[in-house]
Design a protein around this ligand. Structure first.
Ligand code: PHE
Length: 532
């Protein structure tokens, strides 16, 4: 299953790194998609939004938005052969900022995603001695995070968060510096099978616990009235975007490392369905375990608290692990899986940033990796290694992930299809290189979804502006929430003004427009050089 030789594809003088083949690409893309979102976000979202009935909007969102937008991102990256800013610049000379918007979101996410992986790394070690067994809730927020007051900023560092945080950053920098092939690819080729195996064992064990069936019942019992609630639909689309790493420029960048002659659509389906299968599997495993907890406490699952977000993984799970025969092993498998799943996603985020800096400033992959890694590590340690890190994480996540990402998706669609006029070209590009051909339906779906995205963006923006978020002080939200939004915008507006340090002029997409049966377009004359 490797890429076909590049025979008929022209060699422009690109020195881009490449995946060793199709399997490597699929594993890396799955590595990006399968992450904390699958293990802790999905089960909670499904449970809160109609249980089994949530599967309907979820599957609809996967088919109408997830897969079509994955194809779009892959198409842009593959045809225009670059990091997000470079590829978007080639899509339309004024669209470079969209790429920087993606990169800025990745930068923000990288800072706090690492923190959660660091917690999981600590909990991996705590599991061997069940350090958290007496009082999992008090242990997490008190002894471990030493949580300060919400809505404040503290600079007192928590040493036992600092150490794993630094460790995760060192691993990340080393993997990135090893390059796409020896670092990123190898991590995924080893990590993903390992993850599937550990998680598989975990789920089987969970299913054999007393009460497992009640937990699964609770997750999948459909509440069909949820389907009339627009928020449930928004939650489903939001979950699909986050989970498939869509509109972060990650899937775009990863596709740019495929050879010109590479099948794009069928692997896309493997990635999308692989990710969702893992997600549903995680839901089953997590709720089977939760069912055991309810069984131990002799209460219905519905009466348990703490079934979402960090609390599910770092408080509820430890509580179960502490009561379970073979708990330490179960705990180590669970937190070990979180670390591996998180790490392969984090690497994809950092690679997206590093690729952009390589393209724009002509940096060597290693130099770029180290620069990005060190800057991020320092900021991440200052922001999230302290006693108020959890709150900062919560707020920054809302603005970057819930609001920013939707804007990033809309901007990408608008730039490529509406202003860039690339609809037919991208559709034919995908069909020309892939075994699975796309019809006009693909374009119809992408356009239709953008209407929904605009609605999602507006509702979210209005609600954050009007109601604030989770009762945090307005000034805190102004600085860290809206400040994050301002940072994303600033990156999009300022970065395109800087000069390209490498030649982006001599670029011809392949297959050419003519080969795709399209009238000649602006790519048939050299685009002008440095961005103005
Ligand atoms: N898809 C990852 C997850 O499910 C998160 C992620 C988002 C990774 C964006 C990369 C980019 O956890």
């Amino acid at each position: 299953m490797s890429d076909q030789p590049e025979a008929a594809a022209p060699h422009t003088h690109e020195k881009r790194e490449h995946w060793s083949g199709q399997t490597a690409f699929i594993l890396a893309a799955i590595g990006s998609a399968v992450g904390l979102g699958n293990i802790w976000r999905f089960p909670g979202e499904a449970y809160d939004n109609g249980g089994g009935a949530f599967m309907i909007p979820y599957v609809v969102a996967l088919l109408t938005a997830g897969i079509p937008i994955l194809f779009l991102e892959n198409a842009i990256g593959h045809r225009f052969r670059g990091s997000s800013p470079l590829a978007m610049r080639r899509v339309h000379r004024r669209a470079e900022g969209v790429g920087w918007f993606h990169v800025a979101i990745c930068f923000v996410i990288g800072l706090y995603y690492t923190a959660v992986i660091a917690w999981a790394l600590s909990y991996f070690f705590f599991s061997f001695t069940l350090a958290y067994k007496d009082d999992p809730a008090g242990f997490f927020t008190g002894e471990y995070l030493q949580l300060g007051e919400a809505g404040t900023v503290s600079l007192s560092f928590v040493p036992h968060v600092l150490i794993p945080l630094a460790a995760i950053w060192i691993i990340t920098i080393v993997v990135l510096a090893l390059g796409l092939h020896n670092g990123v690819e190898r991590l995924n080729v080893i990590g993903i099978p390992l993850l599937v195996a550990t998680f598989g064992i975990l789920v089987v064990r969970a299913l054999t616990l007393p009460g497992a069936a009640d937990g699964i019942d609770a997750l999948f019992t459909p509440d069909f009235s949820a389907l009339t609630d627009p928020n449930v639909w928004i939650a489903a689309y939001g979950q699909i975007f986050f989970s498939l790493s869509l509109a972060y420029g990650v899937m775009l960048t990863y596709a740019s490392y495929r050879r010109r002659r590479s099948n794009i659509t069928s692997p896309g389906l493997v990635i999308a369905f692989g990710n969702s299968s893992f997600e549903v599997l995680a839901g089953i495993g997590v709720f089977a375990t939760v069912g055991f907890l309810a069984h131990q406490q002799d209460v219905p699952v519905a009466e348990l608290d703490g079934l979402a977000g960090p609390i599910l993984s770092f408080v509820t799970f430890p509580a179960v692990i502490a009561q379970m025969p073979g708990g330490p092993l179960f705990g180590a498998l669970f937190f070990g899986s979180l670390v591996v799943a998180g790490l392969t996603s984090l690497i994809s985020v950092m690679q997206t940033i590093s690729a952009a800096l390589q393209d724009k400033f002509g940096l060597h992959p290693r130099g770029s990796a180290v620069a990005v890694g060190v800057v991020s590590a320092v900021l991440s340690i200052i922001g999230f290694g302290t006693t108020t890190g959890l709150y900062l994480l919560d707020v920054v996540d809302q603005w970057s992930n819930q609001l920013g990402i939707v804007a990033g998706a809309i901007a990408m669609i608008a730039a490529a299809l509406w202003f860039g006029g690339r609809s037919r070209e991208l559709q034919r590009h995908l069909s020309a290189v892939s075994t699975l051909k796309l019809g006009t339906w693909w374009l119809v779906l992408v356009n239709a979804v953008s209407v929904l995205l605009i609605y999602m963006f507006a509702t979210k923006a209005v609600s954050l502006a009007r109601d604030g978020y989770e009762g945090y002080p307005t000034s805190y939200l102004a600085i860290f929430g809206w400040g994050t939004a301002a940072f994303l915008l600033a990156a999009a507006l300022v970065m395109p003004w800087l000069r390209w340090r490498r030649d982006i002029v001599h670029f011809r997409p392949w297959p050419t427009r003519q080969q795709l049966g399209l009238p000649p377009g602006r790519d048939d004359a050299p685009v002008e050089g440095s961005a103005s």
